[in-house]
Design a protein around this ligand. Structure first.
Ligand code: GLN
Length: 193
């Protein structure tokens, strides 16, 4: 797929791992730090990390408006963990952190319990034959979904992967495994136009 450029929002968090995962699939990657970078990409990954930091940095870099516009206009997007929180409309905590509000869900941050900061679990995903190995690190779950949101995976009865039009979001970190299937879903959305 040489003609396709996938952006990875590279303000904070594990953007290098996402870039590597995409390159393994043959995509050209552009790290996105400015509105000009964003204008050049055909899809966007928002990595895991710390969602409050990503929000503040996006604001400082003048990216919040351009990100909302492009994703609302159908730019395929994949948000993982903090990336999911940044895409979402609101958090249960309601602390007013910067969020894009393009994904109609309310998330609960650090939802699986502070005593278990990280864990791994096999996650069956709608549309995939074999489960995904989910790496959860201080992960959010989805507390409420809007009408247009499809739940693709759950853990303990809580949504941990959703899709709304051309936005996919996961509580876990596919970029920390060798499994390229979720990044492939993003590339497929570009092809589907
Ligand atoms: N707990 C982080 C947050 O609230 C997310 C953790 C992660 O991305 N691994 O932003």
């Amino acid at each position: 797929m040489t003609s396709v450029t996938v952006g990875v929002l590279a303000l904070q968090g594990d953007f290098r791992e996402h870039a590597a995962a995409l390159e393994r699939l043959g995509a050209a990657v552009r790290l996105v730090r400015t509105p000009d970078d964003l204008a050049e990409v055909d899809a966007l990954v928002i990595p895991g990390g710390e969602s409050t930091a990503i929000g503040k940095l996006a604001d400082w870099h003048g990216l919040v408006g351009p990100l909302r516009e492009r994703i609302d206009a159908g730019l395929p997007a994949l948000g993982t963990c903090a990336g999911m929180i940044f895409l979402a409309s609101s958090t249960v905590e309601g602390t007013g952190q910067v969020q894009l509000g393009v994904l109609d869900v309310m998330v609960r941050r650090n939802a699986f319990g502070r005593q278990v900061d990280s864990f791994e679990a096999e996650i069956p995903v709608v549309g995939l034959e074999d489960p995904v190995h989910g790496v959860f690190i201080r992960a959010p779950w989805i507390e409420k979904v809007g009408a247009g949101v499809e739940i693709l995976a759950e853990l303990e009865g809580r949504p941990v992967m959703v899709r709304q039009d051309s936005i996919i979001a996961t509580s876990f970190h596919p970029e920390l495994t060798a499994d390229g299937r979720l990044h492939t879903l993003l590339l497929d959305m570009i092809r589907e136009g």
